[in-house]
Design a protein around this ligand. Structure first.
Ligand code: FAD
Length: 288
């Protein structure tokens, strides 16, 4: 099933993201995460694609296959064209097909100054075009409610996003954000620009001060006053911070659903207990 077909069924789509275990850990450590996620029955689970060489990327394919075939949950494999040239993309697509994985999140990837990027594709839209013409895959792509960090202005970012959708992306997943107004403004700009595909809101629960500081420095998400107050008050109290972070994520999600969002994509950070708490809290809200 292509992920775009999950939308428009009368309830908000809910999906989760996991990442492959570190190269030094056995792939089996992912089973604990997936065992925890299977009970909350996300509509699909996506698996990130590392910048760090073939072992990590082999694991992305393996985990997507496990989700699809052992857990019987629709899987989406991330794929970046800075880390994979045409030959690797061909190999990955063939293996995904063999494993019954029909969905790919086509990305450019972050350019790591220490690893020379592959050059067969320049932008994610080039990868989208290639995948569309090389097999029957559901193709998703990334979007940025506050603009991509490299983008000179929001207008060109939206126009490039439109190119990605016109190239064949059928569904978009957003970068994490903490202020829903940023997302709603972005959604409006997309719809005005003629981007009509479903757009899922990426939500990352803030579980510790250090993790959020790292994420914000990587992706440039802005922090609303409500969140900075939480960090100031609870940041040095891990248990309280975790509770406040989960409550913040649930509040953000219920407001997004009230505003008619197509779907919620939860960055689980491989923490199934937090994902379960959030999924349980929003289960009736999603169905309205
Ligand atoms: P693009 O769509 O190519 O955009 C990158 C920049 O180029 C943007 O500024 C855009 O405006 C600009 N641009 C696009 N087209 C053109 C054009 N024709 N001319 C000029 N400029 C253009 N990274 C990983 O390494 N692994 C992952 O698994 C992963 N998963 C992610 C999942 C989600 C939901 C998101 C939001 C991000 C993810 N990333 C991942 C990070 C992502 O790879 C980076 O944000 C990367 O810098 C951009 O990737 P993109 O696919 O959005 O690129």
């Amino acid at each position: 099933m292509h992920i775009s077909q999950l939308f428009g069924q009368g309830r908000t789509v809910f999906s989760c993201e996991v990442f492959p275990p570190k190269a030094t850990s056995p792939v089996d450590t992912i089973y604990r995460t997936l065992d925890g996620l299977k009970d909350i029955r996300p509509d699909f689970i996506s698996v990130t694609f590392g910048a760090g060489g073939s072992k990590v990327n082999q694991t992305t394919r393996e985990i997507a296959g496990i989700i699809q075939n052992q857990y019987h949950i629709t899987a989406m494999a991330h794929l970046t064209c800075v880390a994979a040239g045409r030959a690797e993309v061909d190999e990955i697509l063939a293996q995904l097909k063999e494993d019954g994985v029909d969905n790919v999140l086509a990305l450019r990837g972050d350019i790591n100054p220490d690893i020379p990027p592959k050059t067969d594709f320049t932008h994610a839209s080039d990868l989208v075009t290639y995948i569309r013409t090389h097999g029957d895959f559901g193709i998703s792509a990334a979007c940025y409610p506050e603009g991509h960090l490299e983008s000179p202005d929001p207008v060109s970012d939206i126009l490039h996003l439109k190119e990605k959708v016109d190239a064949g992306a059928q569904h978009l997943v957003s970068q994490l954000f903490f202020d829903n107004e940023d997302f709603f403004r972005f959604l409006e700009r997309c719809r005005i620009a003629g981007i009509t595909v479903p757009i899922e809101a990426g939500i990352m629960p803030v579980l510790s001060k250090s993790s959020i500081q790292r994420m914000v420095s990587l992706c440039g998400a802005s922090m609303p006053r409500k969140l900075t107050r939480i960090l100031a008050r609870y940041g040095d109290h891990p248990e309280a911070m975790r509770e406040a972070g989960i409550a913040y994520a649930i509040d953000q999600i219920s407001d997004l659903i009230a505003g008619g969002v197509d779907g919620i994509h939860l960055y689980t950070m491989n923490n199934p207990d937090v994902a379960r708490r959030i999924a349980e809290s929003i289960s009736s809200i999603r169905a309205v």
